[in-house]
Design a protein around this ligand. Structure first.
Ligand SMILES: [Zn+2]
Length: 156
């Protein structure tokens, strides 16, 4: 997530994200929001609901990490949470499953990453934009002429 959106969340929910300045050893929140801008609204609404459910003070809930699950959905870790807050976090994950991580468009779907690329949730437009497969294929063909694989040159 870019710094502008990140700052907006920190300014609006300073208590909830108080571990943003904690050392990395004790809290993953120092990494910031490890996802795209498209989920800003989901995270904002989740934060708002958690804030409403929380009591202040030392034992108030704190988000300790925002990243992604292996299946590409939103992953949130928190401290001092109650079952209702757990539900809010689970709901946010379900919302992320259908929301484009890049632009926020819904419906979006899980795209299986190619090669080393991790799975991610993207709308049709963003998925097409990020995989210029047609041009890549043509380039490869132009560079190297095709040859039948069964021709073997034997030296005598
Ligand atoms: Zn998109």
């Amino acid at each position: 997530m870019d710094s502008q959106h990140t700052e907006q969340l920190y300014e609006r929910f300073p208590e909830l994200y108080r571990e943003r300045t904690a050392p990395l050893k004790s809290s993953g929140m120092a990494w910031g929001f490890q996802c795209g801008n498209g989920w800003y609204k989901i995270i904002y609404e989740m934060s708002q609901k958690i804030q409403k459910l929380s009591v202040g003070g030392e034992f108030a809930p704190a988000i300790t990490q925002v990243s992604k699950h292996e299946d590409g959905t939103l992953h949130v870790e928190a401290r001092n949470i109650t079952p209702p807050i757990q539900d809010v976090i689970a709901t946010a994950r379900e919302a992320s499953r259908l929301t484009c991580e890049e632009c926020g468009y819904s419906p979006a779907f899980l795209r299986k990453g190619k090669g080393a690329e991790a799975p991610h949730i993207a709308c049709g437009r963003c998925a097409r934009k990020n995989t210029p497969t047609t041009t890549r294929k043509t380039n490869k063909r132009n560079r190297r002429p095709r040859r039948a694989p069964d021709i073997v040159v034997v030296k005598r």
